[in-house]
Design a protein around this ligand. Structure first.
Ligand code: SDX
Length: 433
């Protein structure tokens, strides 16, 4: 809210002979904004900013991104420190409750996540009605919004938000694993009290009555890191959608299910699947990486170098650096250091980072460029990669939903437009058309 920002000298806007003084504010880390909330009322004008690249929709103390310097903070902590020292559950606690948990809080949170990790038996039946080829993002969004039918307390807020949030964090991971088992025609595997969050996910995904799958601690640690790297990212597309749905007064499950749908797009969270499909196409077709780079530069080509570019980062995404190192370490550990997809990815990166087109447009690897290679090495199928992104992003969506609910300055999201259609037309009855 404005009260959280420092007021600076106002800005002048001259429209014709009229000069309007607009308040200017500064945030905690020197970001500045011009308050235009009275612009239309005082001038009849609106601003025009497709994609909201220049528009701040809120003040927030959850995450800070400096796209020029490649800085990412969650509640003030650097992503590098969180990635090196925290589990995903600790980062989820930080984002949602605003502080890193102490031992007692962490144990209580884990116990609550465990207690809420199973799905209602009637909900488990839903999976048998989806076709096997269903995209798991469709299943995930449908199942998340369906949670509101099993837990209607969300509507009258008659239960603690702590329980609602913990239930969602735990069940979304179970839904993801169940949708995978359904897609391969195997019986689902229930979560176990014996496992931590990521161990339980790996167990539910890969254990079965006929295999002796052992949870590899290196794989579990890599999975924790990847989920941490996806945990939140300011007002990205899916978070903005979740906040917009929240602004209408819709419940948490509806808001999160909307965020899942927004994340699905290939320009957003779907890019991690797009990267692998691009790498597999290059490998299968014997295409030269240099040809892909040239194609991605052509104005007329729809092809993008997937996993490259970012609305905010105009330098290397700090998450991509951490993901790349973790991906290389994991593949070395698994004896997959010769994975041809990794070689192709590294060659694409090396070529792009030395190419004028990418340099001039400040296009660098983003969080999606290497994560899919690691998920693939873990045995996760590519149509589940964006589900992994959603599991990671869930605490961020929840934190923003809670912040939006508490922000007294926020109103229902309803942008304006400039109409360029027809003026009043005489109505023509159907018999005369
Ligand atoms: C995520 O917002 C977030 O924080 C998102 C995210 C998060 O954590 O929530 O970080 C997660 O979504 C990462 C992005 C994943 N998407 C991809 O990797 C898809 C490929 N990248 C792009 O499509 C693109 O870079 C976006 C969507 C990420 C950003 O798009 P913008 O900011 O709208 O930029 P743009 O499309 O206007 O591109 C600017 C220029 C254009 O050229 P010109 O028209 O100026 O000549 O750069 C070009 C683009 O053609 N360009 C690319 C490119 N990305 C941008 N050219 C080739 N390959 C690319 N990948």
């Amino acid at each position: 809210m404005k009260t959280d920002m420092k007021k600076l000298e106002s800005a002048e806007l001259k429209i014709g002979k009229k000069i309007l003084n607009l308040d200017v504010y500064e945030g905690a880390l020197e970001e500045r904004c011009i308050d235009i909330s009275k612009l239309r009322q005082e001038t009849g004008y609106i601003t025009y900013d497709p994609g909201f690249g220049n528009t701040g929709i809120a003040s927030s103390d959850i995450t800070f991104v400096d796209g020029e310097k490649g800085i990412l903070l969650h509640r003030g902590y650097q992503i590098e420190d969180l990635a090196a020292n925290c589990t995903f559950i600790e980062v989820a606690y930080l984002l949602i409750f605003g502080k890193l948990p102490n031992q007692e809080e962490r144990l209580a949170f884990s116990a609550s996540l465990n207690a809420n990790s199973m799905l209602h038996e009637d909900m488990r039946q839903f999976f048998s009605n989806y076709p096997e080829h269903s995209h798991p993002m469709a299943v995930l969004s449908a199942m998340v919004v369906s949670l509101s039918t099993f837990y209607p307390e969300i509507e009258d807020e008659s239960e603690s938000i702590h329980l609602t949030v913990t239930r969602l964090l735990s069940k979304m991971r179970t839904i993801a694993a169940f949708s995978y088992k359904k897609s391969i025609g195997e019986p689902v595997r229930q979560p176990s009290w014996k496992y931590r969050y990521c161990e339980n996910f790996l167990s539910m995904m890969f254990k079965s009555p006929v295999n002796n799958y052992q949870i590899d601690p290196i794989v579990e640690r890599a999975l924790n890191l990847f989920l941490v790297l996806h945990a939140d990212h300011e007002q990205n597309c899916s978070t903005t959608v979740a906040r917009a749905v929240c602004s209408s007064g819709a419940n948490l499950y509806a808001s999160i299910a909307s965020g899942v749908c927004a994340l699905w797009g290939p320009l957003h969270g779907g890019a991690n699947q797009g990267v692998i499909e691009m790498l597999e196409k290059i490998l299968a077709g014997g295409i030269k990486p240099s040809d892909i780079i040239e194609a991605a530069k052509r104005k007329d080509s729809k092809l993008r170098l997937m996993g490259f570019g970012h609305r905010v980062y105009k330098t290397y995404d700090p998450r991509a650096k951490l993901a790349k190192q973790s991906c290389v370490d994991l593949l070395n550990h698994l004896g997959m250091q010769d994975d041809p997809l990794l070689d192709i990815a590294m060659e694409l990166e090396q070529r792009a980072l030395t190419d004028d087109y990418f340099i001039e447009k400040h296009l660098y690897p983003n969080v999606d460029f290497y994560t899919g290679i690691a998920y693939r090495a873990m045995g996760i199928p590519k149509n589940m990669f964006t589900v992994m992104f959603a599991i990671g992003r869930l605490p961020g969506w929840i934190a923003h939903w809670l912040e939006m609910k508490a922000d007294r300055e926020q109103r229902i999201v309803r942008p304006r437009q400039i109409y360029v259609g027809k003026n009043v037309l005489p109505f023509v009855k159907i018999e005369n058309r």
